[in-house]
Design a protein around this ligand. Sequence first.
Ligand SMILES: O=P(O)(O)OC[C@H]1O[C@@H](O)[C@H](O)[C@@H](O)[C@@H]1O
Length: 242
Amino acid sequence: MIGLPATITTCLFDLDGVLTSTASLHRAAWKRAFDELLGRRGSGEFTDEDYAAYVDGRPRLDGVRAFVASRGLDLPEGSPDDPPDVDTVHGVGTRKNDLVLRMIDEQGVEPFPGSERYLTAVREAGLAIGVVTSSANAENVLAAAGLDRFVQARVDGVTITTEGLRGKPAPDSFLACARLLGAEPAAAAVFEDALAGVEAGRAGRFGHVVGVDRADQAEALRRHGADVVVTDLAELLEVPPT
Ligand SMILES: O=P(O)(O)OC[C@H]1O[C@@H](O)[C@H](O)[C@@H](O)[C@@H]1O
């Protein structure tokens, strides 16, 4: 009993906020990095609404670009070698990454217990498991959480860059992972906590999109593409089979 339509053979899980509690660390690191920039530019501080609308779920540099555009700020692109204190898209991205890596190191990475139970049930039910995340830090986070043992295919921020995929809300990363697992989109379920993520699930015409509400945004998750919304993946274990 895993609470999915019987046609689903493959589960594609986002990582931060769906399997691990690292979403809050990402949000806090983004806030510090952006507030420093916004202070210098005389713009109001970075809010949870900004995070949900422009940054959550997107690849790192896409998040910087989308947010600064929303404030009408002009930020040069810069280059990947830019140090963290330089006001460029790359500089701000590097600053945020330094901050989040420090937080992960200090606070550790915990899987959500309900997610670990759900992964166990999905594996026992014989479905394929993929992880699809925009984070370039996914390999380490999955290992630190002890969840890598469940994962048969992974498409992450590194894959997105090396293969030139469009990031969420485009469906490319989910489609690439479904291909790796030999599944048609209609036979795959997407599990996402970000608005950009459920939007990607809808854009890719996946068979089922589960919104995971970690930020009191159930309605918005439905509007952006979730077929069902849960607050914890273990709730799906209680859904009677259809
Ligand atoms: O900066 P990273 O680790 O490559 O992650 C990119 C994005 O990954 C997503 O999983 C997070 O929701 C975002 O907050 C984050 O910005």
